[in-house]
Each structure stands twice: as structure tokens, then as C-alpha cells.
Design a protein around this ligand. Sequence first.
Ligand SMILES: [Zn+2]
Ligand SMILES: [Zn+2]
Length: 286
Amino acid sequence: MQHAEFIRFLPNIRSDRFTEFDFLRNHQWFTIYFSYNMFYLPHMDWEKLIEAYPENKEDILRAKMIRGQVGKGLDGLSIPKIDMLKDENTASGILNKDKIPVDDISDICKALWEDMFGVLPEWDTKGAIRKFISEGHIPEVEVEDEAVVHILINAAVKEYMNLFRQHNKDLLPKEWQEGMCPFCSSYPKIAFDSETGRTLFCVICGHNWSFPRIKCPFCSNTDHNLLGYFEADGIDGVRVYYCKVCNRYIKVIDLKTRDAKDPETQDILTLEMDELAVKEGFKGNL
Ligand SMILES: [Zn+2]
Ligand SMILES: [Zn+2]
């Protein structure tokens, strides 16, 4: 989308915000989840999402537009090289959060916000980015355009972190036995099962790695009596695997029965499973 077209889109964001706010209030869990997770992929299948959620078409198109703009904001930006993933002060060999270039991500958000609304953001961009990276969710902000904040932070962090990881991919371990991402130390929320085994996907930087089927990614429990799964009628090729030790769950797509390419698209297409898991008392990775 050209800059001029983007500007023409702006009045839409402003005039729609109340609708979107009502929507957020009325469909709390589903929509909050949806706006947090709308965006995190390089190959997101937007058409498939619109087909699955036609009532959310406008939100999906808005997310797609903001994501495109974030991509442009990242163009030409120099992504830092880091020396090592392992911090001398941490035993686990994961990327120290301090090494994540929050200032750069914040600058992208500020520039886009200014493009959209003509003013610099009045909310704490760095704080929101830090919270999203460390806790997987965005703090509530006291601005009318809260929904746009969520979409923007989500897009900027995930796009940036993806590039940041690719730029430093030589540092990633060949073998990794933990459920936590070796690059950004976030946890996965979706995995793919194939004949060769299970692959976990990081929600923040997009890294993926092999992981045993009988092991909880969150607490490393391997007692099969305390691990389980459930399926739902009418939703083929996806299971919720849960752990009774830490009470968390991960969604697993079975590639033998479900045509799936992109984990993030699959994550959104299977939101009903999250709803069921939460109803069962399990905690996801929001
Ligand atoms: Zn990661
Ligand atoms: Zn566990």
C-alpha cells in the first residue's frame, strides 16, 4: 500500500474505534485474544482468516494493513548483531531480555502511530513492548484507540523479533531440549505434529524446534499419567495437550489430518480450542 492510500485509510480507524471498542467489550475473551494474536506471521493466510471469520473482516483487513506498514517501517533499519545468546549470568543459555532492542521497536511504533493519528503516542510504548515480550500480553492503556495499540505492538514486536532472530540465526543451538524459545525465551502456544515428530513454534520471534511429544513445554514434566489431551467434535486435526502439574496447555495441529502451513494462521483458526481449554481450567500462553 502506498503512503497516500494509507493516509486515506486513517479516518476509518478513527471512526470505527467505538464499534471496535463495543466489540471488545461484548466479545471479551474471543476478541481480546484475537486482537493480540492477529498478526504474527510472515506468511499469514489472510484470505483463510476472512473466510473463517467473515464478521471480523474489517478487523482482519486493518490488521493486515498495519502489518504491511510495520514491514515498511522495518525496511532499511539496521538490525543489531549480538555476540552470544548465552549470558554469563544466566545458566540456561537463553537470550537475555536486555539484549532485545526495545528502543528500535518503540521508534517504529511511535512513527506509525504518528502517521495514523498525527500525534506521538501518549502511552508508554517501551513499557508495552517490554510487557508483551516478557509476559505475552499488552497492558491496558488509557487511550481511545486501545485496540489499535494491541494490533500495533503485536505487529511491531513480532516482525522485528523475526528479523532479529534471522539476523542472528548462526547463534541458535542445533539441538534444544527446552520448551522455552532459545532465542527470545518466550513459550510456544502451538505445535505441529508430523510423522517425524513434534515441532514447537515461538509466538514472539517465530523460531521453531523439535520437542518430545510426552513432555510439558512449560514445566518439563514427563510423567504420562499427568499429561493428557482432548479433541472437540467438528474441529479436525487439532488437540489440546495439557499438563496436570502446571495446568498449562498447548494446541497441537496434526499435519496428517489437517492441511496446515502457517502456525499463526492455524492458531487463530483454532481459537475455539483455546476457549474449551480455558473452560476446563487450563492456562494458555497469552
Ligand atoms: Zn522466540
Ligand atoms: Zn507442565
